[in-house]
Design a protein around this ligand. Structure first.
Ligand SMILES: *Cc1c(COP(=O)(O)O)cnc(C)c1O
Length: 391
């Protein structure tokens, strides 16, 4: 078997074996009757939607979830036929294509219900609809005051054969903050709104509200289905909750780049735009050929950690569009040697959480923003998922 040469400048290795183990760990946290949805929006948080969806299903997830209809349609086009929910709709979106592709759609308000009904008529088959309640997040979802009207209109359309109410659902605001009072308030509101819809005649297959933090720490929120994104990629939903290892999770992505230059520089030398770093002593500088166009946050200038030449270094000066510099303090790794920005952490490399701290953001953003210029190299694909190499 011939090995495909690995991309050298930069690559994001995706350990699909770790992803499968994470899905199994999440399944073990929910009751046997509770299903797991693999959330693969935003190209699986930067990890590659199609291979991650395949592997998650092979490891026991039974639903897929995306934000955009285009993301859901792309999964269907790749041959994935598991139950699939897509929740972020804009007027004029491809409802009919979604219905024809057997994609479940989310409805939070009357405009969406009207477009679904029209699309179902055009498609000549009922839409599978999840009605979304705003139980307190204050983002998408139907407010309690408008819920009876939305439910009533959906039931009328169901009676007319235009749709089937498959799900009742909501989303948490603060599930990653243990003990936050809004959690209990939202849970109670969800029970009330589900109760109202069921009393009015809805018979949903699935009721769901839990994201990764709720799946990991709030079993009373699991209902029929949990929607897990970040945990599946081996990242803790929040430093306050614990480390990935505390939950039996392992980071899936490892981002590295080849040192493009290693050179001597004198003391007092400014480094990178603005000269925000100046060498203290004669030293060696290493050039890392990834920058903010590749998703390295410019906000981590002077702070981001990198394993290079056997030690963790700090970005020296500004992160530029395509590159940044590390001070190697006299060490002379060979050009081409790999610098690791983040990974699981067991070879001494930093983690995505470390970068999140350095950039004042969350690890979700660190992995999701890795740019399209960085090739994803998928490793450890499973036979069940029908993959033999990279995707
Ligand atoms: C992104 C998203 C999820 C997954 O959240 P994680 O915290 O990554 O598990 C679940 N539900 C909705 C509605 C989302 O937008």
């Amino acid at each position: 078997m011939s090995e495909t040469p690995e991309p050298l400048r930069a690559r994001a290795e995706i350990d699909l074996g770790a992803l499968r183990a994470n899905v199994r760990a999440l399944r073990a946290r929910v009751a046997p009757g509770t299903q797991v949805m693999a959330v693969v929006k935003a190209d699986a948080y930067g990890h590659g939607a199609v291979p991650c969806a395949r592997e998650a299903l092979a490891a026991g997830a039974s639903w897929l979830g995306t934000a955009l209809p285009q993301e859901a349609l792309a999964l269907r086009a790749a041959g994935l036929d598991a139950p699939l929910l897509c929740w972020l709709w804009t007027p004029g979106d491809p409802w009919r294509e979604a219905i024809e592709a057997d994609i479940d759609v989310s409805v939070s308000g009357r405009w969406a219900l009207d477009e679904v009904v029209a699309a179902a008529r055009a498609a000549g088959r009922p839409a599978r609809v999840h009605l979304k309640a705003d139980t307190g997040l204050g983002r998408n979802g139907c407010q309690p005051a408008d819920w009876p009207d939305l439910v009533g209109a959906a039931l009328k359309a169901q009676a007319g054969g235009e749709l089937r109410i498959v799900g009742l659902w909501s989303h948490f605001a603060c599930a990653d903050e243990p003990g936050h009072p809004s959690i209990a308030v939202q849970l109670a509101a969800f029970r009330t709104m589900v109760g109202q819809a069921e009393a009015a005649g809805a018979e949903p297959e699935v009721r769901h509200i839990a994201n990764s933090p709720a799946t990991l720490t709030l079993p009373e929120t699991h209902f029929d289905l949990v929607r897990t994104g970040i945990a599946m990629y081996g990242i803790s939903p929040g430093p306050e909750l614990g480390t990935p290892a505390d939950f039996g999770l392992r980071p899936v992505m490892r981002l590295s780049a080849a040192l493009a230059l290693v050179k001597q520089a004198p003391a007092g030398h400014g480094v990178s735009y603005g000269h925000h770093y100046v060498t203290e002593h004669p030293t060696t500088l290493g050039l890392v050929p990834v920058g903010y166009a590749d998703g390295v946050p410019r906000n981590a200038s002077g702070r981001g950690p990198v394993l290079a030449g056997g030690k963790v270094r700090t970005v020296a000066g500004r992160v530029a569009m395509d590159q940044f510099v590390v001070d190697l303090h006299g060490d002379t790794p060979a050009p081409g040697e790999r610098a690791v920005l983040f990974g699981p952490g067991d070879d001494g490399e930093p983690t995505a959480e470390d970068w999140a701290r350095a950039a004042d953001t969350i690890a979700y953003e660190i992995v999701t923003r890795v740019g399209s210029r960085v090739p994803r190299v998928h490793k450890n694909a499973s036979a069940e998922a029908g993959r033999t190499g990279e995707a």
